[in-house]
Design a protein around this ligand. Structure first.
Ligand code: MTE
Ligand code: MO
Length: 383
């Protein structure tokens, strides 16, 4: 594999792995804006960043269980109605490092910033599929297809040098309300190489692993994708499963992510000035579920206060507001008094009343995914 043509990156990113490049922004930088600047957006790769030189020759092939397979150029895709969807992408491995403190897990170590909120611009997959004869809200195609597989052009060692792949159900792909995009823009600019130039999939509300970058092919298939990242990775196992007794076939590929939140105004162990302090961070849930509440404790969980939530600066957020971005995170803020030494905790509740688990031990899994335990930081007042 060849890492000689990697793009330039922002110097403040914390690098968790160099080749393939995996990096996340510092905590404070992440929550300083509702829409994450592209250069600060986390980068999660499984191989070198592909080079697409000749955009005129670039095509997406659409095949599999359809009557008329075909290919689309970037012009064909740009001719379709363009949608801008603000959606949070979160890696299933976000907060893995903290999970491995209970018991070792396998995978790239991430702090709490393996997510970002971007405005993605592109065509809806439901419109693209209509071009090849699959109508809106189709769950089973005329030739028996039930899933849509996305194949990239990158080369991953987990796929024995083959491309990254993933699939989603056809019913989700053909549902315009699911807002699945083939995105060619990120935050109003042409998608950059790190994030999938020239074209990527964005599956809102679903773990980042299904949003395939550098899209090469779309295939309508009868079973879900059999690729490594669907079948041998990104599955949630109970704490009793270890590397000696694991049977991957017993679990489904993870799709929606669960309710999550984290405090970004402090490091795990930090000092604070005397007087009132501001606790801020992000909260997000999968499946288009909004954030109903964020609770903050400064006494290790004995008592709680509710944080203010917002998406647009200065506008209070409500999870049932039709003007809110349903696929996007919510930032929170609470001004609190803290004793000399304090454990500050944040936990969120989503619009379906799902709550975060208290202890990481209860959700420990050998791949270290979906660490959504209450987020805790220890602070001490400066004299
Ligand atoms: N697509 C391709 N082709 N190759 C990859 O390695 N990584 C996936 C997904 N799509 C990946 C990919 C994972 S695990 C995540 S979390 C997101 O892309 C990260 O997207 P980002 O780098 O734009 O933040
Ligand atoms: Mo990921």
């Amino acid at each position: 594999s060849d890492y000689s043509r990697e793009p330039p990156r922002h110097p403040c990113l914390r690098i968790n792995a160099k080749e393939p490049f995996n990096a996340e922004p510092p905590r404070n930088a992440l929550v300083s804006s509702y829409v994450t600047p592209t250069d600060l957006f986390y980068k999660r790769n499984h191989g070198p960043i592909p080079v697409v030189d000749d955009i005129k020759r670039y095509h997406v092939f659409i095949g599999g269980l359809i009557e008329k397979p075909g290919q689309l150029s970037m012009d064909d895709i740009r001719k379709l109605p363009k949608y801008n969807v603000t959606a949070t992408l979160q890696c299933a491995g976000n907060r893995r490092t903290a999970m491995s403190k209970t018991r070792t897990v396998r995978g790239v170590g991430w702090d709490i910033c393996a997510l970002g909120n971007a405005t993605w611009g592109g065509a809806k997959l439901s419109d693209v599929l209509e071009l090849v004869g699959i109508s809106k809200l189709t769950a089973v195609s005329s030739l028996g297809g039930k899933h849509v597989e996305f194949t990239s052009v990158d080369k991953c060692k987990e796929e024995k040098g083959g491309p990254y792949k993933a699939s989603i159900p056809l019913s989700q792909a053909t549902n315009p309300e699911a807002d699945v995009l083939l995105a060619y823009e990120m935050n109003g600019e042409i998608l950059n190489r790190d994030h999938g130039y020239p074209l990527r999939v964005v599956v809102p509300g679903v773990i980042g692993a299904r949003s395939v970058k550098w899209l090469d092919r779309i295939d309508i298939i009868d079973e879900e994708c059999q690729g490594f990242f669907m079948q041998k990775d990104y599955k949630m196992f109970p704490p009793s499963v270890n590397w000696d007794n694991i049977d991957w076939s017993t679990r489904k590929p993870q799709m929606d992510f669960p309710v999550q939140c984290a405090i970004c105004s402090f490091e795990d162990v930090d000092v604070v000035p005397p007087g009132k302090i501001t606790v801020s961070g992000y909260a997000v849930s999968g499946g288009g579920r909004g954030i109903e509440r964020v609770d903050i404790s400064v006494d290790g969980g004995k008592s709680w206060i509710e944080a203010n939530r917002y998406q647009k600066c200065g506008v209070p957020y409500a999870s049932d507001d039709i003007n809110s971005d349903k696929w996007a995170w919510v930032l929170f803020k609470a001004v609190v008094d803290v004793p000399e030494k304090a454990e500050i905790i944040a936990k969120a509740v989503d619009s379906a009343a799902n709550v975060q688990p208290e202890k990481v031990d209860d959700i420990w899994n050998l791949r270290g995914i979906l660490n959504t335990a209450w987020h805790r930081v220890q602070v001490q007042r400066t004299p």
